[in-house]
Design a protein around this ligand. Structure first.
Ligand SMILES: Cc1ncc(COP(=O)(O)O)c(C=O)c1O
Length: 444
């Protein structure tokens, strides 16, 4: 068994990490095993996995049913391509299982290996769709500030967090951003009598009109913005967005990479507002992160356009691992577990408990706002009046770590999204650690 020091030495020499910088890797957690919501490091410390890996480990760590599903499929058939003219059984079964599962109008799935590949596939499908409709200029994608859609070149250009752009610009043309429906710090203009939801939706409409509806192919949005700070939109926002997209012939892409498969307490989050997208991107939770799998689901209308194209204008898009049999077999088992164990309802119940707990942190003046939906929660440190950031997020994150809670911070926003199997006592323990960490940092 290798010790922490040797492993970290090798890591520093040979491993490039996502968002790499050595200053952020001085004392990394080297995680050896996981069980339920708990992670164990090589040096024997235990932590609550407060972000469920990266929002994805819905059924928790150490699930032997998923491991067994993978073993069974691997020993039966390792891999075949799913390129047109061939197929494997788990991919067919999973596509069938997913037909109409999220939204009644989405009955067709294309599989990918993750979120960015899903959004790339969505953007290309938008182009394809409008070209086949004889409207090839509809190539612009409107996204939102604080949105996260991945960091390949095109998805980075859709991502509305500018830190991801800086060292990789110029961005891909034809992506633009409108203000997010961010109640705590809305960055657009609000007309007298308007709600924030209405103002944010109007910003989308104004962008479409300004750019010319003939040039705008789609609007992409996470139902609850995740990596950008767990931004829960007001209830009137998405119904208005749907109306605007319809009015201007703009496709609506729901990026449900985090929200899909139960995290918000609904199977899929736009459902909460009675809205259906034209394309939905998913990944993460579909396998609970046990294997990489993502995909897009397209509307029946888009599917028809793909089916009716002549062979020379086919939907010429592909990934080697589209419909990987083992990933699909694990996804099927994961869906069975989520359903059988009532984990989506559990996300709603535990989410309500988490939010109640987070609200108690408002006793600290440094906490500007707490918010959440289902098991997606956030604490934002800021002045409640001026909204000026308090500048303590990373310190509180570190203090949480020292007390056994592993979470991530986006500057002054702590993001909390544990596995859906979390117990009442573990939710309370997370809140307790957060309170202790804030006390340790602020001296309150
Ligand atoms: C909403 C959303 N979309 C897309 C992505 C990108 O997914 P991946 O990292 O699998 O490419 C993420 C990743 O966190 C995400 O949160």
């Amino acid at each position: 068994m290798l010790d922490q020091t040797t492993l970290v030495e090798k890591d520093r020499k040979h491993l490039l990490h996502p968002l790499h910088h050595p200053s952020a890797h001085e004392a990394p957690l080297v995680i050896e095993s996981g069980h339920g919501v708990w992670l164990r490091t090589v040096d024997g410390k235990e932590y609550i996995d407060g972000l469920a890996g990266l929002w994805n480990v819905l059924v928790g760590h150490g699930n032997t049913e998923l491991a067994e599903a993978a073993r069974e499929q691997m020993t039966n058939l390792a891999y075949t391509s799913n390129y047109i003219g061939a197929a494997n059984i788990p991919a067919i079964e999973l596509a069938d299982r997913l037909a109409g599962f999220a939204y009644p109008n989405l009955n067709t799935t294309y599989f990918t290996s993750g979120g960015a590949e899903s959004n790339e596939s969505a953007f290309k499908t938008v182009r394809f769709y409008w070209k086949r409709q004889g409207r090839p200029n509809k190539v612009k994608i409107i996204a939102r500030q604080h949105g996260y859609h991945g960091v390949t070149l095109a998805t980075m250009s859709a991502t509305g967090l500018t830190a991801y752009w800086k060292m990789f610009e110029p961005r891909v043309p034809n992506f633009l951003h409108v203000p997010a429906p961010y109640p705590f710090r809305f960055e657009g203009d609000i007309k007298p009598g308007e709600t924030i939801g209405q103002a944010a939706a109007r910003a989308l409409e104004e962008a479409i009109v300004r750019e010319g509806a003939d040039t705008v192919g789609a609007f992409i949005a996470e139902p609850v913005q995740g990596a950008g700070g767990v931004i829960v939109p007001p209830d009137d926002y998405f119904p208005l967005v749907r109306e605007i997209c319809d009015r201007y012939d703009v496709l609506l892409i729901a990026d449900e990479v985090i929200t899909g498969f139960g995290r918000t307490g609904e199977w899929f989050a736009l459902d909460r507002w009675g809205v259906q997208p034209d394309i939905m991107s998913f990944a993460k939770g579909i396998t609970s992160g046990y294997l990489p799998l993502g995909g897009i689901q397209v509307s029946d209308e888009i599917h028809d356009v793909i089916l009716n194209a002549p062979p020379t204008e086919r939907w010429m898009h592909a990934y080697t691992y589209s419909g990987h049999p083992t990933c699909c077999a694990v996804a099927l088992k994961n869906l069975e577990i989520l359903e059988r164990d009532g984990l989506v309802e559990r996300a709603g119940q535990m989410g309500a408990r988490l939010l109640d707990g987070l609200k108690t942190l408002m006793e600290f003046p440094q906490v500007g706002e707490v918010r959440g939906l289902g098991l997606m929660g956030a604490v934002e440190f800021a002045d409640r009046e001026t909204k000026a950031p308090a500048g303590i997020g990373p310190k509180v994150q570190q203090a949480c770590l020292e007390r056994g809670l592993f979470i991530r911070a986006l500057g002054d926003i702590l993001e909390i999204a544990p596995p859906l199997i979390i117990s009442e006592a573990e939710v309370d323990q997370m809140v307790d650690i957060l309170a202790q960490a804030i006390i340790a940092v602020t001296g309150e």
